[in-house]
Design a protein. Structure first.
Length: 230
């Protein structure tokens, strides 16, 4: 499963985004179908049984290219929902429903879309909290980031983020993104200070163990040493 990465948008992409936004709710069903498209096991078996010369001659995609194309279709669907921005409200229930899909990548692109929609996806907050326990790491990661981008119900969300941070304290990716979400709440995240201080203390112990001081952190040579040891 490939993470979704951002990239600079050329003029044509901006125009396409504007066109999708004009479609509003009419775009939702099409985007949902794109996001739920999955690989055909029958097609994969058939292609794998064919001689490579036939595949080349007929211009048929091999298994890897076929899977990549389906994956890209799901991601394009997610980007479509993100493009709707404030007009995505009517589509949020559809995205919430996809969070329960049995396909890991469908759940992932759904969480990604909701995370990028931020406050516009506030109705999805309860479902995204449930996703913090998803068996797929990338779903959990985007779910914990979404709590920061949606930035709602601080009294409810901050204790959940603290508990998540304690649970995944040894996972650099999940703990980092949980801390970023806590930071999004600014002063409302004060109850998390003791938890954050424990992370800072452990980091200072690590610096000491490799013979570095806090003052040295951020130096280019120091960073190189850290990355070699992490």
């Amino acid at each position: 499963m490939e993470p979704i990465v951002g990239y600079p948008k050329p003029q044509a992409a901006n125009e396409a985004e504007t066109a999708i936004r004009h479609m509003k709710s009419r775009a939702g069903p099409i985007l949902s179908r794109m996001m739920t498209r999955t690989e055909s096991s029958g097609r994969i078996k058939l292609v794998n049984a064919m001689p490579k010369s036939w595949i080349t001659r007929l211009g048929i995609k091999n298994e890897n290219d076929y899977k990549h194309g389906i994956s890209e279709t799901r991601r394009l669907g997610a980007y479509g929902f993100v493009a709707l921005g404030p007009d995505a409200g009517s589509a949020i229930p559809s995205l919430i429903e996809l969070l329960h899909n049995k396909h890991d990548d469908v759940r992932y692109v759904s969480v990604f879309a909701l995370r990028c929609l931020g406050p516009f996806a506030s109705n999805a907050l309860p479902s995204l909290i449930i996703c913090l326990n998803d068996p797929e790491l990338m779903v959990r990661d985007d779910a914990v980031m979404s709590l920061g981008t949606i930035h709602q119900e601080a009294n409810r969300v901050i204790p959940i983020l603290m508990k998540f941070l304690e649970k995944y304290r040894d996972d650099r990716i999940l703990s980092r993104d949980a801390i970023d979400s806590l930071a999004a709440f600014d002063g409302d995240a004060k109850p998390a200070i003791p938890v954050l201080l424990r992370f800072l203390f452990l980091f200072l112990l690590f610096l000491s163990s490799v013979g570095l001081s806090w003052r040295a952190f951020g130096n280019a040579d120091t960073n190189e040493i850290l990355f070699k040891r992490l």
